[in-house]
Design a protein around this ligand. Sequence first.
Ligand SMILES: Cc1cc2nc3c(=O)[nH]c(=O)nc-3n(C[C@H](O)[C@H](O)[C@H](O)COP(=O)(O)OP(=O)(O)OC[C@H]3O[C@@H](n4cnc5c(N)ncnc54)[C@H](O)[C@@H]3O)c2cc1C
Length: 325
Amino acid sequence: MARKMLTLGEVRDGALRNVSFEAIGAAKIASDGGEVVCVLIGNNVKEFGQELIQYGADRVVVVEDEKLEQYTPDGFSQALLAVIETEQPEGLIFGHTALGKDLSPKIAGKLGSGLISDATNLEAAGGNLVFTRPIYSGKAFEKKIITDGLVFATIRPNNIAPLQKDDSRTGEVSSVSVEIKDLRTIIQDVVRKASEGVDLSEAKVVIAGGRGVKSEEGFEPLKKLADILGGAVGASRGACDAEYCDYSLQIGQTGKVVTPDLYIACGISGAIQHLAGMSNSKVIVAINKDPEANIFKVADYGIVGDLFEVVPMLTEEFKKLKIHS
Ligand SMILES: Cc1cc2nc3c(=O)[nH]c(=O)nc-3n(C[C@H](O)[C@H](O)[C@H](O)COP(=O)(O)OP(=O)(O)OC[C@H]3O[C@@H](n4cnc5c(N)ncnc54)[C@H](O)[C@@H]3O)c2cc1C
């Protein structure tokens, strides 16, 4: 059944987030041959429209306003609801990002629709769209269908592949004017924690350190390995609690959920709360000096050894491979 699907393009630090392209890929499956329209909300964001077309959007609708410079649930929902009103889509797909997690229940509530959040897959089967999502902290998966109203879902980054970028693809990028009423909250300033390099939740490679790194300086070899592999550094709560790193790096049940292609756990015991945030990574490598550590139960490759010896060795080997490739 062909459906008109709406997705949301997310711009951060002057670039579109990869999950915007993944949402288009998911919407293509959901649209079943129908139209995929991507909405871009912000201030001076129209320049990103063409890239969304190159990733498969049929059309891009842009809402720009100074009041939309920063994300606020109030401002973005006003803009989005106005577009939904004119476009009348049959479904919505957002990224399961901080923004998507905040905005989607508000929109679902306003529209009186259901919402499947944090989907890791979707497929068309027997006239239905079947979404897969992890439950019980990733220990099981459930399959869900929407039987009535809008097909509305958020998708977990790094799970649904975007379409191949096609630079020759063209499409309409149009601006619509929406009157953004006075916002109930105004963001005056955003104070960012100094974050280096790749965004943890979207990274293809994550090098995570636990209490085994022993100090803030102990993270240095992990950062070097992450640099060589173009990855991001993460941490267990053990490492955060010990003040070896910032809580923004915490992965797990009460931290970030990551699903990179490669997760290297260094000096992490593998507590159930940590596994909840990383066990769906595609390939897991664990480095731990305790051969009985629980992390080895979920690891595809295990290295029993001292991380301060193993991590620099890996870095050197990857460096050589990079030089020769
Ligand atoms: C409600 C609740 C929510 C929680 N949420 C989270 C969460 O979101 N994320 C999270 O991570 N935890 C969470 N926890 C904490 C969790 O239970 C564990 O305490 C925590 O994950 C342990 O961190 P760790 O593995 O770094 O430390 P430890 O358990 O102390 O493990 C350190 C590991 O390092 C190894 N090691 C030591 N030195 C070396 C070395 N030189 N080389 C190699 N290996 C070495 C040791 O063998 C050990 O296995 C939560 C707990 C609760 C109760």
